[in-house]
Design a binder for this molecule. Structure first.
Ligand SMILES: C[S@@+](CC[C@H](N)C(=O)[O-])C[C@H]1O[C@@H](n2cnc3c(N)ncnc32)[C@H](O)[C@@H]1O
Length: 237
């Protein structure tokens, strides 16, 4: 498929986009919601290439919200989009089949946003929504929250952009809480499977996590326990 306006997305956002839409049918009947839209590029790229019916962009700060609005107007999508200056999804009515992206926000920020959504959204609508999350930090806390709240992690991957490795998580709400092992919490259930399959980008991403956890284990008992669990898993396999 020919892709247009490829210059709009850096490698990280392209990877987020690709995971968000992968395996989804009926995009013409779905809306894309970009939380923390900043420049609005993800929505423009998606409206051009995927045929989403509509885009909703939210940003907590007035400057980025205005920037997003201006970008949508410049690309001729003023009638196919709405921009909200709001915290997360506050004030946005969710619809069945929405694809919601949160990229470049901290994991704790995402948890706050998701927690409020779960409280107010219609459970049937919530179950039909696909979430694509690219947390800048606190991915362990985010995964723990997803598991405890009943969001199934249906995919995870790593991507590399200018020498930095990023995590992307795709989730859907099932309403059924579950438990993650410590290694799943800190590395990610799907990341661990991709590591076992020796996927090159994931191996590099995991190598960096290993280094980070080796350092932080000194002052963190949970990470020490997790690394023991990881060593045991490796010995068994
Ligand atoms: C680092 S930028 C990421 C922009 C874009 N999503 C990306 O991945 O390139 C984070 C953006 O999210 C916005 N933001 C941070 N917290 C937010 C929240 N709770 N709700 C909505 N927007 C938020 C910031 O104002 C900023 O524009």
């Amino acid at each position: 498929m020919t892709e247009y306006a490829t210059e709009l997305l850096n490698a990280r956002l392209k990877a987020v986009h690709d995971m968000a839409v992968s395996g989804l049918s009926g995009l013409q009947d779905r809306r894309l919601i970009d939380v923390g839209s900043d420049h609005g590029h993800l929505s423009i790229y998606s409206l051009i290439n995927d045929g989403f019916s509509y885009a909703i962009l939210t940003d907590i700060h007035d400057g980025p919200a205005r920037r997003s609005e201006e970008a949508m107007r410049m690309y001729g999508f003023a009638d196919k989009s709405s921009v909200y200056c709001t915290d997360g999804l506050d004030g946005v009515e969710l619809q069945e089949g929405d694809v919601i992206v949160m990229a470049g926000l901290g994991g704790n920020n995402m948890i706050d946003i998701l927690r409020r959504v779960v409280t107010v959204a219609d459970p049937a609508v919530l179950r039909s929504i696909v979430w694509c999350l690219q947390p800048q930090k606190s991915s362990d806390k985010l995964r723990e929250f997803l598991a405890e709240t009943g969001f199934a992690i249906i995919d995870e991957n790593a991507c590399e952009d200018r020498g930095i490795y990023y995590l992307i998580v795709k989730a859907v709400f099932t309403g059924e809480p579950y438990k993650l092992s410590l290694t799943e919490k800190f590395y990610g259930p799907v990341i661990l499977k991709r590591e076992a399959a020796s996927e090159p980008i994931v191996l590099k991403y995991v190598e960096r996590l290993d280094g980070r956890f080796e350092l932080s284990q000194r002052g963190d008992e949970e990470i020490r326990k997790m690394l023991t669990e990881r060593r045991d898993d490796h010995e068994q396999n």
